[in-house]
Design a protein around this ligand. Structure first.
Ligand SMILES: *Cc1c(COP(=O)(O)O)cnc(C)c1O
Length: 335
C-alpha cells in the first residue's frame, strides 16, 4: 500500500529502533530519565528558549499551552481552520473552558490586520482576549508557511496588546526547510511553541512544548493532570533524537514529490482547485472525492477526503519516487 493519508503513518526504521533500544531510561515522572532530559535540553537550546517538555502528542502539547496561557472564559484568537479548533476534539472548551475568536485567514494564515480587527475594548461584556495562536505549516491550509517577517510583526503586535503568542508547529521543520529559517528565529518571537516529532520527522510518538522556565513548570503540572506524565519515556525520546539527527534533511524530498503531484493535478481537468503546494501537503477540490478515494484504493494508494469536496495527499519519508511514479500514472487514468 502507498500511504498518503498523513505523514503520521511512517513506521520506525530498523536503525531508529536500534537507537531506541540502546537508550538509557529512568522514571521521567520522577525526573530520572536522562534521555528525556537531554532531548528537552537539546530542543530548548536549538530554539534558544529556556525550557522544553516532552509530550505524548501534538494535541496535548497545544492543549497544555492553551491551558497555561488562559483562564476560564478567556478567548483564544486563531484561524478558523486551525488544528487546535478543528481537530482537537473541542479541547479548548473541554480543558481550558476558553472561548475562541475565529479569523478568516488565507490558507490557514492570519495577519496583524485580522487580529487587530478581532480585538475588543476592555469592557465587562466581553471575554478577555489572552492568546493568539498560529499554525506553521498550516494543515487545512495545504501546508502553507509563514514568512518569518509576518510572524515577527504578529509577535510585536501581540506583545503591544499583552496577548500571549503560541505556535502550533506540528510541521515547523517542514516550514524551516522551505523558508530556510532556523529554530532560534522562532524561539525569539514566541511565548510557546509545539513541535511534532511524529509527523514528517518520522518518530513513532512525541511532541515537544517549548517556553520559558515559569511556563514549562506550569505546563508540567498540566501534563500530569492530563495523564501525560510518562515513565521510561527515554525509548521514545531516543526516537526523536534519531529523527532530529537523520530525518530533517529528507524533508526537501517530501516537498519535491508534493510539487510533482501538484504539477500533475494542475494538468488535469477534474482537479478544480489545487491549493499552492509549499511543503508536503497537497489539497485539491474535485466533484466526487468519495469515488476518487475508492478508485485510488483499488490501485493500492491511500489518500483522504478532508471535506465534501477536497482530497488531501501528505508526502513523507516512506513515500518513494517509485510510488510517486505509480501515483502520477493513476492520476492520469482517473476520468
Ligand atoms: C498533527 C497535528 C497536530 C497534533 O497532532 P497529534 O496527532 O496530536 O500529535 C497539531 N497541529 C497540527 C497542525 C497537526 O497537523
Amino acid at each position: 500500500m502507498t500511504e498518503l493519508r498523513s505523514d503520521t503513518f511512517t513506521k520506525p526504521t530498523k536503525e531508529m529502533l536500534a537507537f531506541m533500544f540502546a537508550a538509557k531510561v529512568g522514571d521521567d515522572v520522577w525526573d530520572e530519565d536522562l534521555t528525556v532530559k537531554a532531548l528537552e535540553k537539546r530542543i530548548a537550546l536549538l530554539f534558544g528558549m529556556e525550557a522544553a517538555l516532552f509530550c505524548p502528542s501534538g494535541t496535548m502539547a497545544n492543549q497544555i499551552a492553551i491551558k497555561v496561557h488562559t483562564q476560564p472564559g478567556d478567548e483564544v484568537i486563531c484561524d478558523y481552520s486551525s488544528h487546535i479548533y478543528q481537530y482537537e476534539a473541542g479541547g479548548i472548551a473541554f480543558n481550558s473552558s476558553a472561548s475562541v475568536n475565529l479569523l478568516q485567514g488565507t490558507n490557514g494564515k492570519i495577519t496583524v490586520d485580522l487580529v487587530q480587527s478581532a480585538l475588543k475594548e476592555e469592557n465587562i461584556h466581553f471575554s478577555k482576549q489572552s492568546l493568539v495562536s498560529v499554525e506553521n505549516t498550516t494543515n487545512k491550509g495545504g501546508g502553507a508557511c509563514y514568512d518569518l517577517i509576518e510572524l515577527q510583526s504578529l509577535s510585536t503586535f501581540c506583545k503591544s496588546k499583552s496577548l500571549a503568542f503560541h505556535m502550533d508547529g506540528a510541521r515547523l521543520y517542514n516550514a524551516m526547510v522551505k523558508t530556510n529559517t532556523k529554530p532560534a528565529d522562532y524561539g525569539a518571537i514566541f511565548d510557546s511553541i509545539s513541535v511534532c516529532m511524529s509527523k514528517g520527522l518520522g518518530a513513532p510518538i512525541g511532541s515537544l512544548l517549548l517556553g520559558n522556565n515559569a511556563f514549562i513548570a506550569q505546563a508540567k503540572r498540566i501534563r500530569k493532570v492530563l495523564g501525560g506524565g510518562m515513565r521510561q519515556a527515554g525509548y521514545l525520546a531516543a526516537a526523536c533524537d534519531y529523527a532530529l539527527d537523520t530525518n530533517i534533511d529528507l524533508l526537501q524530498h517530501d516537498h519535491r514529490r508534493a510539487k510533482v503531484i501538484e504539477t500533475a493535478l494542475k494538468s488535469l481537468d477534474y482537479a478544480i482547485e489545487v491549493l499552492p503546494v509549499e511543503t508536503n501537503i497537497v489539497i485539491f477540490s474535485l466533484a466526487d472525492p468519495t469515488s476518487f478515494v475508492a478508485f485510488l484504493k483499488e490501485q493500492n494508494i491511500l489518500c483522504s477526503a478532508i471535506s465534501a469536496s477536497q482530497i488531501r495527499f501528505v508526502t513523507h519519508l516512506q513515500f518513494t519516487d517509485q510510488m510517486l511514479e505509480v501515483l502520477v500514472k493513476a492520476l492520469l487514468v482517473w476520468k
